[in-house]
Design a protein around this ligand. Structure first.
Ligand code: SF4
Length: 532
């Protein structure tokens, strides 16, 4: 029988409140023009407030701890969205939400309302320890080693108590994963933890020095085992290493992966071990109380029955329960739809949970068969039925002030053209090389750029192929060609025709058997600025 035990979520401490309140003082100074715009931008970024495209528009990113969000918090978020953000919220690629098109003057009011919901915004941007990723299905996934949610939460509580987590040389990302599939992005993080059992004990394999953006790198393995009670030490050690050796002069080469690159793997590992030894002296940060949540990850051994898995319906390890994945187009969810979802699921009882994904979506967990059936009927528009429909595009040039291309528009065109066609893969589109959609990790990834030809520039995408994430097998995709935007849909049409000719039902089969044909098609479009 599934036993539910609520995790103790984070409540706002006085220290956290004081940290958040510092923003208000900075904002007042900015409004009174007592600080220069670029100085305020540095501060506001650390609080998740960024100017966005459009005169006077800003966006704000609240910190949704590892994507775990309660019904009450979602109600409050929806209310804020309606009051300040034109009735929409955006679900991100890192288990967060964003309010877009807000006014700078309203930002402190929004933050106060978030504080009432036990949500802060600091550390969601700028040079900070960012939201720690944790797979949205951790705790319910039948294939997991164990539930890593408690560990991600303990790590988050710990970093909230640390000083100077928003004045690092650059951003610092941490991920926890519960399976080999590494859905918490541990193998591409500055510091990553992948669950492992050893002699009946729960623990982790540790990875470090990875990261995305321009010059992406897969992490290196730093340790094959660390007991779950020791997870705070790698965090402290890596933070110390970063503070001591990170480049504060040039932000373009400041991430931890550049320290690794400069030193080489062996020296980096020695340095990490040295810091680990220093911070582990006296064992001050050993975690004693994780056993409290043991029942939460209880594995049910009985065979499962009922509805089959689909792209959006997942049978949980708890017999008779399901998770439903909702994927609003581009992650843009109307508050009206969110309210409808909350009204319907509230009556299902407090067993139901909500988790944000790393793919611009939302999971509703612990649903009974009759409940998931009703939700599937009601929210047809939010449920992807093909991998292409589950694809993601960052906010891009439409909203983001540094975006070069509007990948959301392209994705809409692809959805329209390839409606319900199964054989195209999951794709990731980033509006620029910053790779917020992690495009180099997808079977096909697109990066917004410009194509220069005969003294003219054309809107275009760099096309990457063959990326994937998996413990011991994460691959950064290969850049095959730079293709004019107007030819991208045609390229996909040709790939689709190829899948029909070869009678392949899914992309993985097509790619494994006909990789050369696929590459030939993509390369064939490279550099062509005429209609193909
Ligand atoms: S990838 Fe570029 S365009 Fe997209 S959200 Fe990130 S910075 Fe903006």
């Amino acid at each position: 029988m599934f036993k539910l035990r609520r995790l103790h979520m984070i409540t706002i401490t006085q220290k956290m409140y004081e940290n958040q309140k510092r923003y208000r003082d900075e904002l007042v100074q900015a409004i009174e023009q007592k600080v220069k715009g670029h100085e305020f931008k540095k501060t506001s970024g650390a609080y998740g407030v960024y100017p966005q495209r459009g005169a006077g528009d800003y966006m704000m990113r609240p910190r949704i701890i590892s994507g775990i969000v309660t019904l009450n918090q979602l109600r409050g978020i929806s209310a804020i969205g309606k009051s300040y953000s034109k009735g929409w919220i955006h679900l991100t690629t890192r288990q967060a939400i964003q309010f877009h098109k807000i006014r700078l003057d309203d930002t402190w009011e929004i933050m106060k309302r978030l504080l009432d919901l036990d949500i802060v915004t600091y550390g969601t941007g700028g040079n900070s320890i960012r939201n720690i990723t944790c797979p949205a299905l951790s705790g319910v996934n039948p294939r997991e080693v164990f539930d890593v949610t408690p560990h991600a939460i303990e790590a988050t509580k710990f970093i909230f108590e640390l000083d100077e987590t928003i004045t690092l040389p650059r951003k610092f990302k941490i991920g926890f994963s519960n399976t080999e599939e590494d859905e918490g992005l541990a193998t591409i993080a500055d510091l990553g933890f992948i669950a492992k059992m050893k002699n009946g004990r729960r623990g982790f394999v540790i990875y470090g020095g990875g990261g995305f953006g321009s010059n992406p790198e897969v992490s290196v393995k730093l340790s094959d085992w660390i007991d779950e009670t020791q997870i705070l030490y790698p965090i402290l050690a890596m933070k110390q290493l970063f503070e001591t050796h990170g480049n504060r002069e040039n932000r373009n080469i400041a991430r931890i992966r550049y320290i690794l690159k400069n030193l080489g793997e062996e020296k980096f590992r020695v340095l990490y071990e040295r810091h680990l030894k220093t911070v582990s002296v006296n064992d001050l940060h050993k975690i004693e109380h994780l056993e409290d949540v043991k029942d939460f990850s209880k594995q049910v051994e009985e065979p499962m029955h009922g509805l089959p898995n689909t792209i959006s319906r997942i049978r949980q390890k708890q017999r008779g329960l399901y998770s439903l994945y909702l994927h609003p187009s581009h992650g843009d969810l109307s508050c009206e739809q969110l309210d409808q979802l909350l009204d319907m699921t509230e009556v299902f009882g407090d067993r139901v949970e909500y988790r944000l994904s790393i793919t611009q979506g939302l999971y509703v967990r612990n649903l009974r068969e009759e409940q998931i059936v009703v939700l599937e009927k009601t929210f047809k528009d939010l449920i992807p039925s093909t991998r292409l429909e589950a694809s993601i595009a960052c906010t891009g040039a439409n909203n983001c002030s540094i975006g070069l291309m509007d990948g959301q528009n392209l994705l809409t065109n692809l959805h329209t053209y390839f409606d319900k066609k199964e054989t195209l893969p999951f794709i990731r589109i980033s509006g620029c090389r910053n790779s917020c959609a992690l495009h180099q990790l997808a079977p096909i990834g697109l990066e917004g750029t410009k194509l220069k030809k005969e003294n003219k520039t054309y809107p275009a995408y760099k096309v990457y192929i063959g990326g994937r994430i998996k413990r011991e097998g994460t691959l950064i995709g290969t850049h095959l060609a730079t293709i004019a935007e107007k030819n991208i849909v045609n390229m996909f049409k040709e790939l689709y025709i190829l899948s029909n000719q070869k009678d392949c039902q899914d992309w993985d089969t097509l790619y494994s058997k006909y990789k050369e044909d696929i590459e030939k098609i993509i390369i064939g479009y490279g550099g062509n600025v005429n209609d193909a």
